[in-house]
Design a protein around this ligand. Structure first.
Ligand code: PEP
Ligand code: MG
Length: 330
């Protein structure tokens, strides 16, 4: 079985009905790019840049250190796209050396709803621009995309745009090379999914972070054991937000991917294909088993079954029944 999965590495991920599917890797450090390539990833869909900032004794990484890390990942991916997420610190990913604004918020009651991710970056504008400059400089060495976590407000989009404009001007003035960097946002807060048509004009792509989207939709702390049994990716409300986000992004011609755990779980591959998803990002070790599902899937037949599932009280059972029949017929 292992050998068979290894042979899959060079097989393109295409469904039985000819739909091409991108299988990208989630990485935490540049060195993980090797595992991504070995697993047959055709890009990095999520570089969790906060891992450069965590577990540090002293100073946070400056622009140069970040640039070298991003460039290393870009070069290791040999021309394949690398999606760098700006820092998602706070909540479950605290910094050792806390910034001034974090110290102000040291005793927050509910960190998951507090100053994390883009909220933290926008409260530290010079650090945010420093990170954006490092990302843009890496774009001179390959295909780089920038991804913003935890967006919930259009005002945040306007601030991000301002920062991007300023950074590009600074780099131009300094004679630094950079190329076009596509901008994406993560859909992790129900508000972002519900106002997607208003967000889309600001971005080139969206990536659905199901780990947080489930947490915030169901009001279940993803790290709290006591409510872990209620953390349910099959919840009809979660599936509804996923389906509408994918459909609306596609209708607007914006590329859409899923980079939460659901993307790497073969139990959900058929369902996500049925919803129209053609780009998945996951831990490199999951790529072969998801690819196997893709190779056996008939995307258009799956899509025709979707309307029935949306009305079902038990989507998991309905998906299993409907989709296994499709698989048997092949
Ligand atoms: C997510 O929320 O689904 C996600 C991919 O981001 P993280 O797990 O790093 O919060
Ligand atoms: Mg998240």
């Amino acid at each position: 079985e292992r050998a068979r999965l290894a042979r899959l590495r060079h097989t393109p991920a295409v469904t039985l009905d000819g739909e091409k599917v991108a299988l990208h890797a989630n990485i935490e450090l540049p060195a993980d790019a090797t595992a991504a390539i070995d697993a047959g990833a055709t890009g990095v869909g999520l570089f969790r840049s906060e891992f450069l900032f965590m577990n540090r004794e002293g100073e946070l990484p400056d622009e140069e250190e970040q640039f070298l890390a991003y460039r290393a990942a870009v070069e290791a991916m040999r021309g394949l796209p690398v999606t760098i997420r700006t820092v998602d610190v706070g909540a479950d990913k605290p910094l050792d050396r806390m910034s001034a604004s974090e110290l102000r918020h040291e005793h927050v009651l509910n960190p998951a709803m507090g100053l994390r991710a883009i909220r933290w970056s926008l409260s530290e504008p010079s650090m945010f621009r420093q990170q954006l400059r490092a990302i843009y400089r890496a774009s001179a060495f390959g295909k780089v995309r920038v991804l913003i976590p935890m967006v919930a407000h259009l005002g945040e989009m306007r601030q991000i745009q301002e920062s991007l404009k300023k950074v590009q001007q600074q780099l131009t003035d300094a004679g630094r090379a950079f190329t076009k960097v596509d901008l994406g946002v993560m859909i992790e807060i129900p508000a972002a999914a519900l106002m997607l048509p208003l967000l889309l004009p600001y971005v080139d792509f969206v990536s659905i972070g199901t780990n947080d989207l489930i947490q915030y939709t169901l009001a279940i702390d993803r790290a709290d054991e006591a409510v872990a049994h209620l953390y349910d990716p099959w919840h009809p409300a979660v599936l509804h937000l996923l389906a509408t986000t994918i459909a609306q992004a596609r209708a607007a011609d914006k590329s859409v991917s899923v980079c939460g755990e659901m993307a790497g779980d073969p139990l959900f591959t058929d369902l996500l294909l049925a919803m129209g998803l053609r780009s998945f990002s996951m831990h490199p070790s999951q790529i072969p088993s998801v690819k196997q599902r893709v190779l056996r899937a008939d995307a258009s037949r799956l899509a025709r079954l979707l309307p029935d599932l949306a009305a079902s009280e038990d989507p998991q059972a309905a998906v299993e029944a409907a989709f296994s029949a499709v698989r048997r017929n092949h």
